[in-house]
Design a protein around this ligand. Sequence first.
Ligand SMILES: *Cc1c(COP(=O)(O)O)cnc(C)c1O
Length: 370
Amino acid sequence: MQFIDLNAQQKRIRKEIEKRIGKVLDHGRYIMGPEIAELENQLAEYVGVPFAVGVGSGTDALCMALLAHDIRPNDVIFTTPFTFIATAEVVRLLGATPVFVDIQSDTFNLDPTLLDAAVRETRSRGNLNPRGIIAVDLFGQAADYDDIHRVARAHGLFVVEDAAQSFGGSYKGRMAGSLASVACTSFFPAKPLGGYGDGGMVFTEDPALHESLVSIRVHGAGTDKYHNIRIGINGRLDTLQAAILLAKMSVFKEEIEMRQMVAERYADGLKGLVTLPRIKAHNVSAWAQYSVLHPDRDRIVAALRDEGIPTAIYYPIPLHLQEAFACLGHRSGDFPISERIASEIFSLPMHPYLSAGDQDRIVDAVRRCG
Ligand SMILES: *Cc1c(COP(=O)(O)O)cnc(C)c1O
């Protein structure tokens, strides 16, 4: 049994993938070939925003979103400590300061009430300049955007949606990737829409931000790449990855529904055995991960391993306790909900092609731990 089985999907669409790759080999435009614009247009339409910019990774997407907002030292970005390192890493990379805000214990997403308090406190200290918020749609479920935008408006902050895990999901009928003025997603192979290498996309409704992003993607290009009007990066998506993703989009909508069925089967089988993920009624999760809680997590994970059932822990160390952020001076106890969740959470195998039989095996193995 595999944690994420990428081969089942490949078997299904291998011909289409080979055809798409063959086309790129024929035209030879490996950098910014026609597949880039084709994918950007298709995903912008899918998400429901006017602009999409294909980029090298989800991390580049986040970095570019901050560069497009001209983030600099002394600026503060508010975000969750219970996420992948990239979310806060890019803030530090640009010399700005991440200020962490604890999460809701049921959705694992940024708590908007605590967010408001954190912005007030940072403002009252007066030495740093609050600029923006990066909200993360953890495990595929959108954060509470109405409340987050309310706080953002009250304090004049911009919002970036980290939709690396939620592409394909939705919030109040609107697709992930359209829930903030800039949204970032990732095509890392294990994400809901995964390529065969690194890749990502930035979405925006704002023509000015779009223009900045397109320039930042190619070293801050002005009229051409040898005329540079700002500091940018080499942030391009590869043509070959775009071609592969176009092939994968042919089954993506159906795969999101298949993930839904897998999640429902888990919920039926695991009820009462572990704390199940809570998806709010207005959300559709993209189910990047199926993550559950148990106070005796390590024992269950070990028992499953003995039965050949792979699990993963996202995330064992909240970001405020990572060595990389030692400069922020945090201590254990600073974000108690993130710390407790980190000690109790584990993720079960989750992909669209997970069979009911394998799921029964997993559920039975968890039950035997009880
Ligand atoms: C995967 C991920 C990223 C980074 O994406 P890459 O494509 O690996 O650079 C950022 N944020 C979150 C929440 C992620 O899960």
